[in-house]
Write a protein that binds this ligand. Structure first.
Ligand SMILES: Cc1cc2nc3c(=O)[nH]c(=O)nc-3n(C[C@H](O)[C@H](O)[C@H](O)COP(=O)(O)OP(=O)(O)OC[C@H]3O[C@@H](n4cnc5c(N)ncnc54)[C@H](O)[C@@H]3O)c2cc1C
Length: 407
């Protein structure tokens, strides 16, 4: 009887887990009918989630089968709803058909994260850029604004959450509103955060403030949105801002499937994993990407919910799951990611590129940083397309970052 590695999630961690597992299967000459690799995800696409704030969403979805078919990974279209640790099975709600429980010998949990919505009362539709569907709904809403009868706040957007995602969409919105309403329209974008805005960008904080100012985005730090009513938002100051568009960018929480593993999760809902990305305290389960909290280096930095970490974590988890199942524990690879960089898109103002866990060094700004951001988001993080099995395997090889951590 064949053994099975099941991967939950077709995002950065899940896709690269599956590719890496298939690569290791080939590397160790394990016949494909003896080790099945199955990827379970609700739709047939690998979403380049980091681009969901952009205007043109066409390049954001990559057909998973372009990558999975040549390397013989089976894709199941559905949503895993429960992990049963005792029977080692997954319950899956099929997208278009009923799916019987799926057994696994090793599981890689890579179900990612989703927007953490604070309990703000809401009397109308609000938006987000957390998913492709979210980005699409926002795009459709902006396009419809031009056709809607003009109201007090028709040219106003309020973004709730001044973290990285909030800053990225806030910088895009003045241009997107003008594109929808006409170049002469009065547009207003307000970025609200109960904490500081751009504060997390370390030495780059002033670059963020300058960008917001140059683009005409009003920053409202240390302010809370207490309610979204039919006409706009109410702030903790008591002020009402009429706004047709309200976008939530209030952080991310790991998939609720992490709770099925019966281990203590961190404040982001992530499960603890060891250096081989096995879930600490659960048998036969690996976790990667936003679902997992892993040590990134030897001085205590933990992984950040990011594509930057999800992709290499996936490559390591997939490889190690195969080593484990094939009885080759000595060939497992520890996960390391000692270097950390951030590149924040600032819309027409360019971008901000920082290095270090505290974002202590500004490497580049403006057009130069934007060019790097576009290379990363537009090419580097994409899987190979129309590629040979060998090229796909080459892209899925785990990367060992051996350099010591330097701040
Ligand atoms: C607008 C935006 C901009 C960002 N910018 C950056 C950036 O510049 N740099 C950076 O490093 N990070 C950025 N991030 C964060 C980054 O997108 C995430 O950290 C990354 O996507 C995590 O990868 P993942 O594979 O763990 O999860 P995801 O990419 O979220 O993938 C999870 C996958 O699992 C599937 N899934 C979920 N639940 C289930 C289930 N129950 N059953 C089956 N499948 C399931 C989902 O459909 C999806 O395919 C950004 C995020 C957003 C929203």
């Amino acid at each position: 009887m064949s053994t099975r590695i099941a991967v939950i999630g077709g995002g950065f961690a899940g896709l690269w887990s599956a590719v890496s597992a298939a690569r290791a299967r080939a590397l160790f000459n394990i016949p494909e009918d003896e080790l099945e690799i199955v990827l379970i995800t609700p739709n047939p696409f690998h979403t380049i989630r980091v681009r969901c704030y952009e205007t043109d969403l066409a390049p954001v979805r990559v057909p998973l089968d372009d990558v999975l078919t040549p390397i013989n990974v089976r894709r199941i279209e559905g949503q895993a709803t429960r992990i049963d640790l005792t029977s080692r099975t997954l319950a899956v709600a099929g997208t278009s058909r009923e799916i019987p429980d799926i057994g696994y010998d090793r599981l890689i949990l890579a179900a990612g994260s989703s927007l953490a919505r604070p309990p703000i009362p809401q009397a109308k539709e609000t938006f987000d850029v957390d998913t492709y569907e979210g980005g699409q709904r926002l795009a459709a809403h902006l396009a419809a604004l031009a056709r809607a009868p003009g109201s007090d706040g028709s040219g106003t957007a309020v973004v709730i959450g001044g973290g990285l995602v909030g800053v990225e969409i806030a910088c895009e919105l003045p241009g997107r509103l003008r594109a929808a309403l006409g170049a002469d329209a009065t547009v207003r974008v307000v970025l609200v955060d109960h904490d500081g805005i751009g504060a997390g960008m370390g030495e780059g904080r002033s670059v963020v403030c300058n960008a917001l100012q140059a683009l005409g985005v009003e920053a409202r730090p240390f302010t809370t949105v207490t309610a979204v009513d039919a006409a706009g938002v109410i702030l903790s100051t008591g002020k009402h801002i009429p706004a047709a568009t309200v976008v939530f960018a209030t952080g991310m929480r790991a998939s609720s499937l992490t709770r099925d593993l019966g281990v203590a999760c961190d404040r982001l809902g992530r499960v603890p994993v060891n250096r081989f990305l096995e879930v600490t305290g659960a048998d036969a389960i690996y976790a990667a990407g936003d679902c997992a909290a892993a040590r990134a280096d030897d001085i205590g930095h933990m992984t950040v919910m990011s594509c930057q970490h999800a992709r290499p974590m996936g490559r390591v988890a997939g490889h190690n799951a195969v080593c484990d199942i094939a009885g080759r524990p000595g060939e497992r690879i520890p996960f390391t990611a000692p270097d950390y960089v951030t590149i924040l898109d600032l819309g027409p103002f360019g971008a901000l590129y920082t290095a270090g866990w505290e974002r202590g060094t500004v490497v580049a700004t403006g057009a130069k940083a934007k060019a790097t951001k576009q290379i990363i988001n537009g090419a580097r993080i994409y899987p190979p397309r129309n590629a040979s099995r060998e090229a796909i395997f080459a892209a899925g090889a785990p990367v060992i970052q051996a350099r010591p951590a330097v701040e």
